[in-house]
Ligand binder design. Structure first.
Ligand code: UT7
Length: 378
């Protein structure tokens, strides 16, 4: 079989109309615009209207993505909907999306917390490069507000609702998905979870009294995990593609906290303006976060044909996932040739990064100790 590449050929988004600002939240819980802005970078987020459902938002974003790709729903071979907030526990929301679109292909939902869409993109690319399918719709969507406790200031200021969809197509031209990394550490499940409502602890009167139907998060633990993971996972995926961070035109990180993104930029020795951010307008939209940022990066002209993009998400599970993609077509990497200046540069940067990573890991406990001591003194 000839080489096949998996490329993003269509993209679209759906943003609910309700805007919830930091000032609005300050009327609801003991918080302030100043705290939320300086600690997270978020100014406002969107909350579903009464007409929005996870399936309707997916369909709206998907129709835009199909139009950009020049396809109809009947052209699709598979639909993957990545979400932790489906319309129903059962059946899968992907089947409602398939039906509402009028598509005639298989459909399944994928749950990997905020990492969902990146997992979905890597999954779709395997169906394509294996030759099984040619056209796959991958949606990242979340009505996470349904699981928010709007009396808990440690979580309700962070999250928002949104949908974004991408069409992934087979191509014989080099490019598209170059590498990926999928990760999971289930030992951190309790740091970000919804205690009740699953088969282990069905909803009961105690659930409602103790508000255990809502999302709970140990922010500082997830923060430490995110800072450890974002830069290191992206770097592994970049090197796996035979590239270095200098070869990446745009980084699209999960929009969980601007401070996490700034720390990743520092760790990777990359200017922070190469990291796309729209967290100020949407907050953390979980599985919709990275695809929504991708769609807006394309719309704003920050990502063009021929550009190389590195994307990484992390979240509940704990999970993380990174991909490196070449938009459009073109030469993939000089590092794959045996002898060249490109390969020499690649090996030098890889070696210096490995040494810096080792030094940073060794220093992390000291930094954490100093940070916590500073916080206690304040
Ligand atoms: O997509 C999933 C991934 N999720 C994440 O990546 C989230 C990662 N975690 C974070 O982004 C940060 O940990 C938070 C933004 C959630 C919290 O920031 P922090 O600097 O880690 O704050 P903290 O939890 O250590 O809390 C510091 C203080 C506490 O008060 P005391 O105990 O020092 O008096 C909190 O009670 O800030 C307080 N606090 C707030 N104050 C005003 C917590 N939330 C708020 C709030 N408004 N909304």
């Amino acid at each position: 079989m000839s080489e096949r590449y998996a490329k993003i050929t269509g993209w679209g988004k759906y943003i609910p109309a309700n805007v919830l600002t930091n000032h609005d939240l300050a009327q609801m819980v003991d918080t302030s615009d100043e705290w939320i802005t300086t600690r997270t970078g978020i100014k406002e987020r969107r909350i579903r209207t009464e007409n929005d459902t996870t399936s309707s938002m997916s369909v709206a974003a998907s129709l835009d993505a199909l139009a950009v790709a020049g396809l109809t729903p009947q052209d699709l071979d598979l639909i993957i909907v990545c979400t932790s907030s489906p319309d129903y526990l059962l059946p899968s929301v992907a089947s409602q999306v398939q039906d509402m679109l009028g598509a005639t292909c298989g459909a399944f939902s994928l749950v990997a917390g905020c990492s969902g869409w990146v997992y979905g993109l890597a999954t779709a690319s395997q169906f394509i490069t294996s030759g099984a399918y040619n056209r796959i719709l991958v949606v990242g969507v979340e009505i996470i507000s349904f699981a928010m406790d709007f009396t808990d200031r440690t979580t309700c200021v962070l999250f928002g609702d949104a949908a974004a969809a991408t069409v992934v197509e087979a191509s014989a031209e080099p490019g598209g998905l170059l590498s990926f990394e999928l990760g999971s550490d289930g030992s951190g499940a309790q740091y970000l979870y919804v205690p009740d409502g699953g088969s282990k602890a069905p909803i009961s009167p105690e659930t409602l009294t103790e508000r255990r139907q809502y999302l709970r998060m140990n922010g500082p633990e997830v923060f430490k995990f995110a800072v450890r993971t974002l830069a290191s996972s992206m770097k592994r995926a970049i090197y796996q593609a035979g590239l270095t961070p200098d070869d990446i035109d745009l980084f699209i990180p999960h929009q969980a906290n601007a401070r996490i993104i700034e720390s990743a930029a520092r760790q990777m020795r990359v200017p922070v303006d190469k990291f796309f951010m729209n967290i100020d307008r949407y907050g953390n939209t979980s599985a919709a976060s990275v695809p929504l940022a991708l769609v807006e990066a394309i719309e704003e002209g920050r990502l063009k044909d021929g550009d190389t993009v590195a994307m990484c998400a992390f979240g509940a599970g704990l999970t993380w996932a990174s991909v490196v993609m070449k938009m459009g077509t073109g030469e993939i990497s000089a590092a794959h040739s045996l002898f060249s200046a490109g390969r020499a540069r690649y090996l030098a940067r890889r070696t210096s990064d490995a040494m810096l990573d080792a030094a940073q890991s060794a220093m992390l406990p000291l930094y954490t100790f100093l940070y916590q001591r500073r916080k206690k003194k304040k």
